[in-house]
Design a protein around this ligand. Structure first.
Ligand code: NAD
Length: 256
């Protein structure tokens, strides 16, 4: 029987890379995201790997939509083994210019949706006596950078939540871990280059070399494939004692 993974934000960037790796390894997948070609992405990857895939475009800003996404997954596939809370957004501005609405939206999508999805999945995972929750936090869950108040706050929050769920899941074979990537060249990063250039008064090339990769000892973007391999490992049956931890793939940023 194929295991089932729900991966939020899996029609772009890191989530898409993880979904491809899980499909290759025989998981049925609930694809999710706001991309208009989500249906095509899901059916193409499903066909390529001979697994069942479905797509949802639930907007994670609302708690009931997050809960419904989990319910839809269970209804469609009959189970839920792996929940990957990956969807996220970014906004970069000095605090005195940071719009309240942007702050609240980032907290809702990057942190609160992780709570609502994990809570909704919990009762099924408990009943199955198996669950793997993987939260895509960030190096910004462990370190700060200026002009990212909302993002850094949310990502630190996700690491705290990961530890609590790791403890609470222990009696039920539910693990919860966080992956903390350094910079990965995805649409989320591409979009912030012009904003960062404005905030730092730099050219876009300077933002990549002097801001983004400055703190990484390895001066290249983290490959999506490495994150996908990490997630696949955490999802395994044999990873039952790996829980409440963060796995940092940051090119040596936090080693300093
Ligand atoms: P991305 O922009 O390529 O993908 C984000 C996904 O989230 C998309 O599918 C998008 O549709 C979905 N999404 C955004 N808002 C949503 C909403 N309101 N409702 C439903 N879905 C929504 O970004 P990415 O770089 O692949 O980021 C994925 C995760 O990795 C995020 O949590 C991000 O914070 C984290 N991360 C990224 C980097 C990086 O350098 N790219 C580094 C560390 C952590």
């Amino acid at each position: 029987m194929n295991k089932v993974a729900l991966i939020t934000g899996s029609t772009s960037g890191i989530g898409l890379g993880i979904a491809k790796q899980f499909a290759k390894n025989g998981y049925n997948i609930m694809f999710h995201g706001l991309e208009s070609n989500g249906d095509e992405i899901a059916s193409e990857i499903g066909k390529e790997n001979n697994v069942k895939t479905v797509f949802s475009n639930a907007n994670l800003i609302a708690s009931d939509a997050v809960e419904q996404l989990v319910e839809d997954t269970i209804e469609t596939f009959g189970r839920l083994d792996v929940l990957i809370n990956n969807a996220g957004i970014q906004y970069v501005a000095p605090i005195d210019e940071f719009p309240n609405e942007k702050y609240e939206t980032i907290i809702a999508i990057n942190m609160n949706a992780t709570f609502y999805a994990s809570k909704a999945a919990w009762k099924y995972m408990k009943k199955q006596h198996f669950g793997r929750i993987i939260n895509i936090s960030s190096v910004h869950g462990l370190r700060a950078s200026e002009f990212k108040t909302a993002y850094v706050t949310a990502k630190h929050g996700v690491i705290g939540m990961t530890k609590v769920l790791g403890l609470e899941g222990a009696p039920f074979n539910i693990t919860c871990n966080a992956i903390c990537p350094g910079y990965v060249r995805t649409p989320l990063v591409e979009k912030q280059i012009p904003d960062q250039a404005k905030s730092h008064s730099m050219s876009e090339e300077e933002v990549v070399t002097k801001v983004m990769l400055k703190k990484q000892a390895v001066k290249s973007f983290v490959p999506v494939e490495a994150l996908a391999d990490m997630a696949l490992l955490l999802a395994k049956d044999s990873s039952s004692t790996i829980t409440g931890s963060e796995f940092v793939l940051d090119g040596g940023w936090t080693a300093q």
